[in-house]
Design a protein around this ligand. Sequence first.
Ligand code: SF4
Length: 536
Amino acid sequence: MVVQLRDDLQSLQVIVPGLYPSWRKNQLEVIEQVHDSLKQHIAIQAPTGFGKSASAAGSLIAAGDRGIILTLTKQLGDQYYRDFFPIGLKTVKGRGNFQCALVREKTADVAPCVAGMKCSFKRGGCDYYDQKREAVESSLVSMNIKYFLYEANYGGEFTGIKSLFIDEAHKLEDSVKDFIEVRFSKARFREEGQPLPTVLTFESLSAWVDNTIGTIEAELEQVLMELEEDPHNDILTIRGIRLSAAKNALDKFELVDSTWVIDEDDYAIILKPVWVGKYLDQVLYRHAEKTIFMSATLPRSVLESLNIIDYDYINLPSSFDSKSRPVIWVPAANLARSAKNPMLELRKLTSAIDAAADKFSDKKGIIHTVNYRISEYILENSRHKDRIVTHKNAQEREQVLNLFKKSDKPLILVSPSFTDGIDLPYDECRWQCIAKIPYDNLGDKQVKARANADPQWYATSAIVTLIQAYGRIMRADDDHGVTYIFDSSLMYLINNWRVIFDQVSWFLDALLILQNNTLVPFNEFIVSPQFSNSRK
Ligand code: SF4
């Protein structure tokens, strides 16, 4: 079995010689373990440098059956396509990338079939469906998880998969949460003469759904009949697409029960489950014989929240020398809500960041701030403001990242949202500061309900985000970069949740503590009397 598997995998190296000249340490062993496992679920925690994407592609090539790699961010999806397209990886591009063959002035995302109209081009002649069919028949496919969830559960083509790899699985719960949540547009239902109830309870919404669904279905049926007669009618198409979206939301309500959180903004009523895990069998796991979860940060508490009980667990050490990736804790500021003088704490934080920036005056760095309030304060008060690039919202994010990556000036990228999903190797970034432990926002009702019910979940989420941020700047064996953590509560978090930190021990291996102007390794710091005092 092993010899045959290894022979099969040679093709990957031959075809992608520049990228993958040879297998890295542990990769073949992991592929074999995945191949031989009899469990439905396999979790691989592998720090950066292991080469998760090559292992996933290699596993699928070796298996030769229907296999899909799910990615949770666009950057990672693009990377898979770039790296493995030469060896036949297929991907499914979204509808917006294709022209409709029936109504040629439209793209496929606003075509009549989106409303539910039957179209003969679906079986051949529609570019969107043609590329999708190719992917359905392939053994090596990657796609975005949101697309997969939608297609597997409503389209039906991407079910019956042999092996489903989920990369960045530490974020899986978030992606599935977005798919499961039910969003009722206020304007849409008002336009249809079915306004949402003013008193929002599970019971009032259940009664409203029961009263509304028949009307929406009848309207949609009528529109589809008219659309088949007149597919070029723009008004009918738009109305059909809106009614179809309304019907989907109403259908999804069957998952909702009285434990769900009911939220509201200016545009919609949003219903969210407190926990997502119990729905994962239904919306995800049932579509594959074997599901493989991969991430650099996949402690067992993450797997618990994904409702995985019986699984094989492969936990790999970091292949990077801890001296090349030091993480230095300087307890400079208390940024907790309970801090007595928040402005003073922000001043102390900015001084610490400025001191780090002084040390790296000719190198690019990134500051992870957790929120825009801290970003703004640093931008206004740092001595290095002329080096800072930042963004005010999610839309500017990509643009600022590109500018930062391409620049050869010693810029400092200040942002609350680059803890995950980006690579800043080598001179793209040599140092970074984590201003605050990245706890989830307790202002969100769903987060609050979860944190109250399960403090371990709340801590796990912060630890995973913290360690993901740590991994942004050190991307290869010959790379190096320094990380500073300035939040004074780090040691409290480690003490309380040591069981989680021990599962990502490569983080603790690199942790140094600034004490009396000396950097003390974490393992030595634990036994020192100063440490005992600092806990009180
Ligand atoms: S299936 Fe038909 S209506 Fe839909 S995008 Fe393709 S050609 Fe257009």
